[in-house]
Design a protein around this ligand. Structure first.
Ligand code: NDP
Length: 300
């Protein structure tokens, strides 16, 4: 029986996960197919229920479902519980287990971005969705002293801060309203800027104006494309990375959870780069991608 692994999101057409995961299954001789399921929030519960079938090895969960899926599974790993978001599912009989491999991917991406410099202690995070939760958890664990979270809907950022109130009790973790002047003043004071919004995923928009970026910044955009934010940051002299390394390493960790085998990382990275060079697909199916950046293409 060909086993199935699905990516559940809305949209999912932009995703490059299929290219790397299918190649990894084929390389290791695992009879499995990786499918993209575009499912609106209203259909999420039914889609999750379907995954309890014997043919499924598991799933990835992406935008905008990572938090919604938490109460739909029987078990959460300690990390998924602590983060409050799930990006990978495995099956134990009819029971589904929720994992979060984004945080492992983020750690690799952050280390790469910082390079040989001393790890900074202050960060500005844009966004408060499932991806942002893994980022904030990773920053807390990394020993950051001050993390400011901006989100279009302030209540979601406040909810995120409340969620981490205990684990962040020793540091300053604050939600702030999405006002240009406040964002500008915080970016002026920080070293690390992370875009965990989906602004730039299917358009050339940037979450912040080019004029607020400075050359001391280390900028990570979770989107795996050379977004307007990254172009503006590079033009300002900042160090930049896109989401490709995070995508690669969260995917490798998920692969191991489904198969019990080490992921063929080099092959997965090559497949990602190839898929990307062919043009990232936007939600509407229009090619929007650009060739991989130097940073993202560096083998780990
Ligand atoms: P969610 O749907 O959970 O969150 C989306 C976030 O984007 C929210 O903070 C939302 O704000 C914000 N947002 C969306 N549109 C706008 C807008 N027009 N203006 C301002 N804010 C906006 O998604 P995820 O957290 O799962 O993913 C966020 C991004 O990170 C996606 O682009 C995803 O591809 C990327 N990602 C990449 C990963 C990687 O491995 N490279 C891993 C995880 C995520 P609001 O709450 O106000 O709606």
């Amino acid at each position: 029986m060909t086993r199935r692994v699905v990516l559940i999101g809305h949209p999912v057409a932009h995703s490059l996960s299929g290219a790397m995961q299918q190649a990894a299954f084929d390389e290791l001789g695992i009879d499995a197919s990786y499918e993209l399921w575009d499912r609106a929030p209203i259909d999420l519960a039914d889609s999750i229920a379907e995954l309890r079938g014997d043919e499924f090895l598991g799933a990835n969960v992406t935008i905008p479902h990572k938090e919604r899926v938490v109460p739909m599974v029987e078990k959460l790993t300690e990390e998924a519980q602590a983060i409050g978001a799930v990006n990978t599912l495995t099956r134990e009989g009819k029971r589904l287990v929720g994992h979060n491999t984004d945080v492992a991917g983020f750690k690799v991406a952050l280390d790469h971005l910082v390079g040989r410099q001393k790890m900074p202690r202050q960060a500005v995070v844009l966004g408060a969705g499932g991806g942002a939760r893994a980022i904030v958890y990773g920053l807390i664990r990394e020993g950051f002293h001050r993390v400011i979270v901006f989100n279009r809907h302030l209540h979601r950022a406040e909810g995120l801060v409340k969620h981490f109130s205990r684990s962040a009790s020793h540091m300053e973790l604050r939600a702030m309203p999405w006002h240009e002047s406040i964002i500008e003043s915080e970016i002026a004071k920080t070293k690390v800027l992370i875009n965990a919004t989906s602004i730039g995923l299917t358009s050339d928009d940037s979450p912040v104006g080019a004029e607020v970026l400075h050359d001391e910044l280390l900028v990570l955009d979770l989107i795996y494309a050379r977004t307007q934010l990254l172009k503006d940051a590079a033009a300002a002299g900042a160090t930049t990375s896109d989401g490709e390394l995070m995508l690669l390493h969260q995917g490798a960790a998920a692969f191991t959870l489904w198969t019990g085998q080490p992921a063929p990382l080099g092959l997965m990275q090559t497949k990602l780069a190839e898929a990307r060079a062919g043009g990232v697909r936007s939600a509407e199916g229009e090619p929007t991608g650009e060739p991989a950046t130097e940073a993202a293409a560096t083998p780990e």
